[in-house]
Design a protein around this ligand. Sequence first.
Ligand SMILES: [Fe+2]
Length: 248
Amino acid sequence: MQPSNKVERVLRQAMDTFYGPADGFQDRLTALTTVLNGLVASDVGLDARLLHSDMYQLDAEDAENFAGPSVAAAVRRRQTPVTYINVYEDRLMAASVFVLRDRARIPLHDHPHMHGLMKVLAGRIRVQSFNTQQLDCNRTRVTHVGAEKLAPVIMGPDDYTNVLRPQHGNIHQVETVDGPAAIFDLLVPPYDTCAPETGPRRCRFFKEMHTSKGLQLTVVSQHKGYWNDVAPYKGPSISLYSNQQNAI
Ligand SMILES: [Fe+2]
């Protein structure tokens, strides 16, 4: 049966790509990026107002429409830079949308033993990725790691999907270029699942350090200026396993 919507098609192809037989992985990864290349903002039900307004402001706007302008006039606060939308998550993969307001940045972070595929839905982003010299950098005791800085990539909605791999470009940061942006992000497997030998996949933040040993990425507990709120997913419903469950 054909998936009923494009998000479902992406997720089914991801399942086939990463959890199918070892042979033909590259071809199936190409098939996945091809499907992702065609994903647009309307496929995930993205509320375009989120590009300029965080959830607090949208709630205030809704309240204003309901109760008059006095509620919105009372809103005086710093805007949330990033909104996170959980599209789908199970123990095998996670799909989400990040909405970045103008000049927002998702700081340097890692994806331990994971693949990540990123498709721009709106605006433009600049992705700065790093290769690390130590493959076990997700061990909690490691606080810094030698790194190679890759050429930055600027992407918009018409550009191909960006792919990070367990051993290539696994640490990256994402920032907007000339205005707000939205990206679809697919992680396989998701954070917090268990990686062989190294334990749960925790997302850690880093900062760039130039030392006598060369470029190093040092773990930091948090990044000033980065936080996010959460918006509900308003795209089509997703039921990856419904056919199998119905057959039982
Ligand atoms: Fe990421």
